[in-house]
Ligand binder design. Structure first.
Ligand code: NAD
Ligand code: ZN
Length: 360
């Protein structure tokens, strides 16, 4: 069966485009209970940063959410919905302003305003019953591709799994490179590498195809300008390139798949709470048999940008922790199918996955 997904409805790209947001929202303001809900990364609260200029009207609700405490949870989504619904009603739209975490909170919340019960009930593919409300994504970090992906990744009591359905993608995204300037270098690198790794994994497996490769190759070309070629590093032009690379990298993997690195990364995040981009980097560094020359290139990029990745992490892990990570990873069948082939269980055992973790 070929993948058939909805895409983002509208995209605006360009420096300063965030100032158009108020105008964009205008035609939607009379929907539902006639107010907008802005979900903003707490990092920007009170800061002199372009993203802090939230175009809220007096009737709107602005919620600042701290994403450093934990990755988005189902409780958090339910809290946003329940608090706003009980005090103001159903918003005309939700606008998420932040990195992958905030964008996922906005995507998931938009679905929960029109679907009964806890968001835990909807973690999975096509479990959501009713279309969500209008939602807009404004990324302030580039790399996860959450701005265009069809999933809103959240962690519930039982699992870390996305709410995935035709209504998950944003109705509108605003890609303003001004919003990602001056991101601390480590964060810039880890989130940016998520895109590089999406593309390498997407092209290294059985689900690759002309459509996924076209997006992936273009994204990789942009990533190389940003991270390795002459003129690389954080700059105005490279911020623009990274924003587009993030979008194209996500489209590449959506129509192909991620692989071994993401499978290990999910284990690392689940057991130790490591952030997605960072966990990817920890794993990718040690997977030469899967990703060959790309691992060499990755190491060069790490060196070039003076990033320090810890070595010998596994020495501090218990056997139980390694087993738990391997079990999370082993369950990601679709990723191993792609990376190794449909007969992967004949080639890779739980013990082999534990050995991959022991390298870290
Ligand atoms: P993030 O949103 O978790 O933010 C990381 C840190 O950067 C936070 O401290 C945040 O406050 C800070 N930050 C955000 N914008 C900033 C700016 N402009 N300047 C300085 N600091 C800034 O990071 P992320 O890497 O973008 O997202 C990771 C999350 O995305 C994870 O929860 C992961 O599960 C999710 N994810 C989702 C998808 C998807 O398709 N939906 C894909 C990959 C990852
Ligand atoms: Zn990723």
């Amino acid at each position: 069966m070929h993948k058939n997904f909805r895409n983002v409805d509208k995209v605006v790209f360009g420096r300063g485009s965030y100032s158009q947001l108020d105008e964009i929202l205008k035609e939607k303001r009379n929907d539902n209970d006639k107010f907008m809900l802005f979900i903003v990364d707490k990092y920007f609260e009170g800061k002199d940063h372009p993203a802090a200029k939230v175009p809220a009207h007096p009737e709107d609700v602005v919620m600042f959410i701290d994403v450093d405490i934990e990755e988005p949870t189902t409780d958090q989504i339910d809290y946003v919905r329940d608090t706003v619904k009980s005090t103001k009603g159903i918003p005309a739209g939700i606008i998420g302003i932040g990195g992958g975490s905030i964008m996922d909170i906005a995507k998931a919340s938009s679905l929960m305003f029109t679907n009964e019960g806890s968001s835990q009930l909807y973690q999975g593919l096509n479990l959501v019953k009713n279309p969500g409300i209008y939602h807009v994504g404004v990324p302030t970090l580039a790399g996860t591709g959450a701005e265009v992906s069809i999933t809103a990744v959240v962690t519930g009591p039982e699992k870390k799994l996305g709410l995935k359905c035709d209504w998950t993608p944003f109705n509108q995204i605003v890609l303003d490179p001004d919003l990602i300037k001056d991101v601390p270098r480590d964060q810039w690198f880890y989130t940016g590498m998520d895109t590089y790794i999406h593309c390498i994994e997407s092209e290294s497996g059985i689900y690759k195809n002309v459509f996924s490769l076209a997006y992936g190759n273009q994204s990789l070309d942009l990533c190389r300008d940003v991270f390795i070629r002459e003129g690389c590093g954080q700059s105005e032009v490279n911020d623009e390139k990274l924003m587009v690379a993030s979008l194209m990298g996500a489209l590449s993997l959506t129509y192909s798949e991620v692989g071994a690195c993401h499978a290990l990364s999910y284990g690392l995040s689940f057991v130790f709470g490591y952030r997605h981009g960072y966990a990817n980097c920890l794993a990718f560094n040690h997977l030469p048999e899967f990703y060959g020359d790309a691992v060499k290139e990755f190491k060069e990029m790490v060196k070039k940008h003076n990033i320090t990745l810890p070595q010998g992490l596994a020495k501090g892990w218990t056997e139980d922790e390694i087993t738990q990570m391997a079990e999370v990873s082993y369950k990601l069948t679709h990723m191993w199918n792609h990376a190794i082939g449909l007969d992967w269980k004949e080639k890779l055992t739980l013990e082999d996955i534990k050995d991959l973790f022991r390298r870290l």
